[in-house]
Design a binder for this molecule. Sequence first.
Ligand code: FAD
Length: 281
Amino acid sequence: MSEVETYRDRARAWLASVEPRFGAAARLGLREDEDLALGRAYLRARYEAGFGGIDLPVEVGGQGLSAVHKRAFELEEIALGPPTVYFGISLGMPVPIVTRFASDRAWARERTIAALRGEEIWCQLFSEPAAGSDLAGVRLKAKRHGADWRLSGQKLWTSWAQYSDYGVILARSDPSAPKNKGLTYFWGDMRARGVTVRPIRLANAHHDVCEVFFDDVEVGDHQRLSEVGGGFSVAMATLMIERYLSRTAPGSGRRSISFCRLRGRPGSPAGRPSRTAASGR
Ligand SMILES: Cc1cc2nc3c(=O)[nH]c(=O)nc-3n(C[C@H](O)[C@H](O)[C@H](O)COP(=O)(O)OP(=O)(O)OC[C@H]3O[C@@H](n4cnc5c(N)ncnc54)[C@H](O)[C@@H]3O)c2cc1C
C-alpha cells in the first residue's frame, strides 16, 4: 500500500469518527448561523487531528504534505458533507497568498492557524462592477496618505464577505500607468472604519455573495502584499490557485450537483444544488 493510500485510510477513519457530529445528517435543518458555527467547530477538530492546511508549509502552521495528500483527504471529506463551504475561498486563495507574500512571517503564521482552525475567515476582493473577466480593469482607488494608503471604491460578488474578518484586495494605485501596471495588492481588515458589506440576495434565495464598499478606508503600508504597481502578478498567482482548485476540487461541477441532490443543503429542501465546498463559490 502506498504512503498516500495509508494516509487516505487514516483520513477515512478519522472522518468516520466525526461523522455523527459534523456529517450531512447533523446539518439538516440548521440555520445558516448554526451551520457556520458547526463549520468552525469542524475546522478546529480537523486542525487538531492534523488534517488542517495539509499542503501548507509547516513553518506557517500547515502539515507540509503534498497536493496529492490534500486531494486524498478531500475525496474522503466530500462524502462526509461537513460545513466547509464558508471557508472555501478563505483557505483556498487568500490564506495561501498571505502565507506566501506577507513580509511579517509571525503575523502570517498566526493568521493562517486562526483560519485553519475556523476562527477567522478571509474573502477575496477582486471583482468590481466593471472588472470581472477583465481583472486589470479594477478601479477601486488606493491613494497614498503619508506613508500609508486610503482605499475608496466598490467590489462586487465577494463570496462570504459578511462573515469575513480579513480580505485580500486588488486596487488601482496609479491611474496613469498601463492597466495591469497600476495595481497594488493589499490585505484589509473587514471591520475597519469605512468598510460596508451588503449581501446580495440571489434568485435562488442564497446570499453568499456581497457588494463591499470602501469609503476612505485606512490601510497601512505594512498591509501591502505586492510591490507598488506589482499587484497584477500577485493577483495572477491568486487566480492560478483558483483555476487549479476549480478544475480539481472534488465536488466541483457535475459531482457537486449530484451530491447535493442526494444530500440537500442544510436549512433548505433537498435537491437544491449548492456551491462546491472547496472553491466556496
Ligand atoms: C458565485 C460567484 C462567486 C464569486 N465570488 C467572487 C469572490 O469571492 N471574489 C471576487 O473577486 N469575485 C467573485 N466572483 C466574480 C467572478 O470572479 C466574476 O464573475 C468573473 O471574473 C467574471 O466576471 P463578470 O461576472 O463581471 O463577467 P464579465 O466579465 O462581464 O463576462 C461575462 C461573459 O462575457 C465573457 N467575456 C468577457 N470578456 C470577453 C471578451 N473580451 N471576449 C469574449 N468573451 C468575453 C466572459 O467569459 C463571460 O462569459 C464570483 C462570481 C460568482 C458567480
